[in-house]
Ligand binder design. Structure first.
Ligand SMILES: C[S@@+](CC[C@H](N)C(=O)[O-])C[C@H]1O[C@@H](n2cnc3c(N)ncnc32)[C@H](O)[C@@H]1O
Length: 446
């Protein structure tokens, strides 16, 4: 099957069946036996088109003079795939148009191939910069969102965190642009199990991470083929996720330091790292996860470590005043990891936060309840959105019984990671997901 047809089928699975591209595409590529450059081309066509859908649809609407959402979905998918090649790839226009028209004939219907040809020729008449200029409204957020293919509400949320610079040289454009670059794979060398040096040698040249004492950047290839990953000495984990887990473990603590809790543990990345550190320090980790199938993944990640996995609601877990260190890695919008899921930004809605925000606050309050006086609670999200991050922490702090602690270990080693006493990492600044962390110390009961 030709690469464009595979990309089209993958895009259709995402738009019509709500599939996840990072799950269906590798399977399709495997089943059709494509490797090397062909596999890379299919991936670029699929992921690139899905990431840029909103922008491609606006351009297609202008080129066709119609509301493209009224078109049949498979025709729109094919037009987006064609427009992506015209505007974002160095594929000669005649080839991009001709191959898309053939695809429409074969996979959609010969009846609409003339329409596809006419629309794509209009798209091809301008490059991406010219289209963005033509569709610009003068509204900064609209124009940047169009240029960097994000829904406007997400750009607004990012800007609320990043702020605007008076000279206009602000960070929103690079922050959005960074979401359009596929992230490299980061590995975590589990402390006490394998050193960073040995893992790096095994990966044949993987560089040591810039910030995390345990990170190795995989130079390429399938991480599942690295023996130490397959055997659990190391695991795949974004460097930002490593940093926030280690920052909790490294924060100074007075008194006992043996009872640790990971309150939202699935699928177990941070459990694996914290559990390995706990093993070195003579501590024990209770890992809680509400979804049974995710709790199974946690158990797998924690194999051989001093970790007990509990399936249940973190809000109801454990005895008050019993834990020395608690991680609350709350379920969140995931807007800090958009570069990992090409279609995610177009599926998410601001209203998704309505259910998440109260749950996040309840889980943080539960983490504080569990901690003993003087104990530490790290509140973490893979989202920079204010409602899910600093505002959640501030609202819980209002009830009293806890104070904010500056996570010096992390802030001192990662430049530009501090937002006040909070940590906010960013793909464009740090090459990590946009992880947020607040460290709290329990000062008493409320
Ligand atoms: C952001 S993920 C945690 C990621 C994990 N710490 C890691 O590093 O792999 C949030 C997890 O919290 C779980 N969750 C959601 N509501 C929960 C609750 N009430 N109690 C415990 N876990 C919950 C979700 O199922 C999800 O697995």
């Amino acid at each position: 099957m030709n690469p464009r047809r595979i990309a089209f089928d993958a895009i259709s699975a995402v738009t019509a069946d709500n599939a996840y591209a990072n799950i269906v595409l590798p399977r399709m590529i495997n089943e059709t036996g494509h490797t090397g450059r062909d596999a890379a081309l299919i991936t670029e066509l699929t992921y690139g088109t899905l990431r840029s859908l909103g922008t491609l649809e606006q351009i297609l609407a202008a080129a066709s003079g119609r509301d493209v959402r009224e078109l049949q979905q498979d025709l729109l998918d094919a037009l987006c795939l064609g427009a992506y090649q015209l505007l974002y790839m160095r594929i000669p226009p005649h080839a991009a148009v001709a191959t898309t028209v053939s695809l429409v004939k074969a996979a959609v219907s010969p009846r609409v191939s003339g329409l596809a040809n006419a629309v794509l020729r209009k798209v091809a008449a301008k490059d991406l910069d010219q289209w963005c200029e033509e569709l610009a409204t003068g509204d900064r957020l609209h124009d940047l969102s169009l240029r960097h293919a994000h829904p406007e509400w997400i750009s607004r949320e990012f800007e609320a965190v990043l702020g605007t610079a008076p000279d206009g040289a602000d960070e929103l454009a690079p922050a959005l642009a960074a979401d359009n670059v596929a992230p490299p794979v980061h590995l975590c060398a589990k402390p006490g199990r394998i050193t960073k040096g040995d893992l790096s040698r095994e990966t044949r040249g993987g560089l040591h991470g810039r910030f995390s004492p345990y990170a190795v950047y995989l130079p390429g290839g399938d991480p599942g083929r690295i023996r130490s990953v397959a055997t659990g000495l190391a695991h795949v984990q974004d460097e930002g996720s490593q940093l926030v887990a280690v920052a909790l473990a490294e924060a100074p603590l007075e008194g006992p330091d043996a009872a640790w809790v990971d309150l939202c543990a699935g699928p177990g990345g941070k459990t694996g790292l914290l559990g390995a550190i706990a093993a070195q320090r003579g501590a024990h980790l209770d890992a809680v996860e509400v979804q049974p199938h995710r709790a199974e993944l946690v158990a797998k990640a924690a194999k051989g470590l001093p970790v007990t996995v509990h399936t249940g609601d973190g809000r109801l877990f454990g005895e008050p005043d019993s834990a020395d260190r608690v991680l609350v890695d709350a379920p969140c919008s995931g807007l800090g990891a958009l570069r990992r899921r090409p279609e995610a930004r177009w599926r998410k809605q601001r209203s998704d936060l309505d259910a998440l925000v109260p749950l996040q606050r309840e889980l943080l309050a539960a983490g504080l309840r569990l901690a003993r006086e003087g104990g530490l609670v790290a509140y973490v999200t893979c989202s920079p959105v204010l409602d899910e991050t600093s505002e959640a922490v501030e609202s819980v702090l209002k009830a009293g019984g806890a104070e904010l602690v500056r996570p010096d270990w992390l802030i001192d080693r990662v430049p530009d990671s501090a937002r006040g006493d909070f940590v906010q990492l960013w793909p464009h600044r740090h090459g990590t997901d946009a992880m947020f962390m607040a460290l709290l110390r329990k000062t008493g009961n409320r």
